[in-house]
Design a protein around this ligand. Structure first.
Ligand code: PEP
Ligand code: MN
Length: 331
């Protein structure tokens, strides 16, 4: 249950109520209590201090349509997604920052096409310890340099809580990777920040578990959460993962969070990324995250799935019409 407390309630009284009802106290402009969703009926003491009460079916609470009927709006520095904007933000860049020359070429591609958000990982959550692990702090500094030089927003991932503070400091948008979706150290640190967070769905997690992970960030006090579907594991082995578009429809229907899709990690092969991207945009989504690299063949991570720049240019120029057909625009 979510309870918006009325204006007469002081901070101290709210803190006492939070203890009494074993709930989380939030202050996003309004003092708000969030109890377990098992509580379905407010007692008289709660009714006396409440402005509004929202009963939710499950512990998907702050992210639910039962709480907020309209989609949350998230400002990504100069461009807004969600709310009633009908914006589909294009995000591109390599899997990993590899060198200044490489990331600068990606930044220039963004500027050329009007893409406002540059992606690249500095702390890579690799499947093998024997492969490139990312440039770490040096990578973050290169990304910050590109932001300053080209006026782009930077999204980069936090792999574990040891460097979460660095990523939170350097990034404009914090990405939590699929393998880190359950890391409570990261979730809690992101909840304490106000920067936008792109939470990727773990590839072995249900939609309920995914959105409950988002609840940790929201209930930590950060309302700027974006969900990212990036493919889940199924019995299929011909593609790397299976992009769960049914899940996307569910997220749009039952949650109030913007949803970005990542077809690159889902299919795992560049040949399918353009068709999949158009299919994603045709669903009416808040953004698209595509990996691109100046020379994918020599990429140090995710080489098979990255588009070269000409492929990305061709894809990007085909998206606007698809978006317009469903009342959205590519930004
Ligand atoms: C990435 O974005 O490069 C990445 C590692 O993604 P995911 O966490 O979805 O595997
Ligand atoms: Mn990648």
């Amino acid at each position: 249950m979510i309870i918006h407390l009325n204006k007469e309630v002081t901070q101290k009284q709210a803190e006492d109520l939070a203890v009494k009802y074993q709930s989380i106290l939030l202050n996003n402009g309004k003092l708000t209590l969030v109890t377990t969703s098992k509580l379905k009926v407010a007692d008289d003491a709660l009714k006396a201090v409440a402005d509004e009460i929202f009963v939710t079916d499950t512990d998907i609470q702050l992210a639910s349509k039962q709480y907020l009927k309209t989609k949350r709006q998230v400002n990504l520095g100069g461009v807004t997604i969600g709310g009633s904007t009908h914006n589909t933000i294009a995000i591109t860049g390599p899997c990993s920052v590899e060198s200044e020359e490489q990331i600068e070429s990606a930044a220039k591609l963004c500027v050329e096409l009007g893409v406002k958000v540059l992606r690249a990982g500095a702390f890579k959550p690799r499947t093998s310890p024997y492969t490139f692990q990312g440039l770490g702090l040096e990578g973050l500094k290169l990304l910050a340099k590109m932001r300053d030089k080209y006026g782009l927003q930077i999204i980069t991932e936090v792999r574990d809580s040891t460097h979460a503070d660095d990523v939170i400091e350097y990034a404009d948008i914090i990405q939590i990777g699929a393998k880190s979706m359950y890391d409570h150290g990261i979730l809690r640190k992101c909840g304490a920040s106000k920067k936008p967070v792109l939470l990727k769905r773990g590839f072995g997690t249900t939609l309920q578990e995914f959105v409950q992970a988002a609840e940790f960030i929201l209930s930590g006090g950060n309302p700027n959460v974006i969900l990212c579907e990036r493919g889940i594991r199924t019995f299929e082995t011909k593609t790397r993962f299976t992009l769960d578009l049914c899940g996307v429809a569910w997220l749009k229907e039952y949650t109030n969070l913007p949803v970005i899709l990542d077809p690159s990690h889902a299919i795992g092969y560049a040949y399918g990324v353009p068709d999949l991207s158009r299919a994603c945009v045709a669903m009416g989504i808040d953004g698209l995250l595509i990996e691109s690299h100046p020379n994918p063949k020599v990429a140090m991570s995710d080489a098979d799935q990255q588009l070269n720049f000409d492929e990305f240019r061709a894809l990007h120029s085909s998206l606007q019409k698809v978006a317009e057909a469903v009342g959205y625009s590519i930004v």
